[in-house]
Design a protein around this ligand. Structure first.
Ligand SMILES: [Zn+2]
Length: 421
């Protein structure tokens, strides 16, 4: 029924009809969209999301200098992530990135990494809504993932200690090369690789991560490094926050030929929601994001796809996907594009669970292997602050050092001769 105010004119019959049509259409649309929302809510409550990448710890460092006592993580409206909206977005598990700037490489990267692990461990234990987990055998909620191999300062013992502290994944680079792996970014020129995107020490890192049961993350690495790791790793690997290069030509995204190698590795690509990697423009919408999912599904199937939002690590996100409460809108769009409930359950969580399970099964197979004692050579690490305490025999192994040793021996001989005289 049309309700009109006394001063309004009486509508013409055809106008009244069109208004009636509009009301009917609106009611139908409300009914259908309400049904779609109910369907998404039902699906996501049965299969809550495991997201592959969130830089909340970076914001805690930048905005609050990690002073957790002074903030309330339940509600932080100035950023895209808080506990209230994680619940609204049906997020049941989050890989939180442990990230320190590339500028810390060869300086205090290890200390800063430990401090980022500390703030995440505190947050994940002090808030009752979080639970710090390190294995599939527990309820998954809050996982630690190092972003950038510079955090281990080219040390396998440091890698092992990070594992002991609960870190379960590491990307081999961020935007800087390490002495042993290559970044997709050309921003930093140090440790530039020449036809060797994964050195023998890099391979030792991959092997040790396989042995430990730590997930290897290839987001941020160069395609050459990604390919070398895909050829070398015994366990499945992930791209924790990368999208499709065929849909958006950004070097942070993954080309189809690598997607196919990832499929052979039984690995996973978790689609990044950052606007720049989605549309290659300054703006994007949910439909652009869904195009990445459709394309990757066409190339390697839905059982190799996840979601790795990159919230807090990037500045622009697609319209309608601006914070952690908005994942249902993406699932709704994929439902509209005829993704099945099984496929959506897979990308929301089942695929990640399978990967983690397979990584741990490989760890169990390698249980008899001893911790690797491979050390990087001093020539590969150009760091004057690195203190080396090694037995004299090995300290003379490099050409420069052997020259020094010869010189020292000559000086000793001469001084003995002088003393004898
Ligand atoms: Zn990143």
């Amino acid at each position: 029924m049309l309700l009109l105010c006394p001063s309004c004119r009486v509508p013409h019959k055809s106008e009244a009809m069109s208004q009636t049509h509009r009301i009917i259409l609106f009611s139908l649309w409300t009914l259908i969209s309400g049904y779609a929302e109910d369907r998404v809510r039902d699906l996501m409550s049965r299969y809550p999301l495991i997201d592959g990448h969130n830089d909340l710890a970076l914001q805690l460092r930048k905005l609050y200098n990690n002073r957790l006592n002074h903030i309330n993580v339940n509600n932080m409206s100035n950023i895209a992530t808080d506990i209230t909206r994680l619940h609204a977005g049906h997020v049941q598990a989050q890989m939180f990135a442990v990230y320190v700037m590339c500028g810390a490489q060869d300086k205090d990267a290890v200390r800063l990494t430990l401090e980022q692990i500390d703030v995440l461990r505190r947050m994940c234990t002090e808030y009752k809504d979080f639970e710090l987990v390190t294995s599939l055998r527990q309820k998954i909620a809050c996982m630690l993932s190092i972003e950038g191999g510079h955090s281990i300062d080219s040390s396998l013992p440091a890698l092992r200690m990070f594992y002991q502290l609960g870190v379960r994944s590491m990307s081999l680079t961020h935007t800087c090369n390490t002495p042993w792996a290559e970044s997709s970014s050309k921003h930093h020129t140090f440790y530039q690789k020449q036809n060797n995107s994964l050195t023998s020490f890099g391979k030792a890192v991959v092997e040790e991560m396989n042995r430990l049961g730590m997930i290897i993350d290839l987001s941020h690495t160069s395609w050459g490094t990604a390919e070398a790791v895909l050829n070398h790793s015994k366990a499945p690997v992930i791209f924790s926050h990368s999208s499709s290069y065929a849909v958006c030509n950004n070097d942070r995204n993954v080309p189809d030929r690598l997607l196919k190698k990832l499929k052979n590795n039984r690995g996973l690509i978790m689609v990044n929601l950052h606007t720049d990697f989605i549309s290659c423009k300054k703006e994007a919408n949910i439909s652009h994001v869904a195009d990445h999912f459709d394309h990757i599904k066409k190339v390697i199937g839905a059982d190799s796809i996840g979601i790795g939002s990159d919230f807090e690590g990037a500045v622009r996100f697609p319209k309608g996907l601006q914070d952690v409460s908005k994942y249902p809108a993406l699932i709704g769009e994929l439902l509209r594009r005829n993704w099945t409930e099984q496929e959506l359950a897979d990308i929301l969580r089942q695929n990640f669970i399978r990967i983690f399970d397979e990584v741990e099964k490989m760890r169990d197979q390698l249980v008899w292997e001893r911790p690797s004692e491979v050390q990087i050579s001093m020539e590969e690490v150009k760091n004057p602050c690195r203190l080396v305490l090694r037995p004299p025999s090995s300290s003379c192994s490099s050409p420069n050092r052997s020259q020094l040793c010869t010189l020292l021996a000559l000086v000793l001989l001469l001084s003995n001769l002088i003393l004898l005289q």
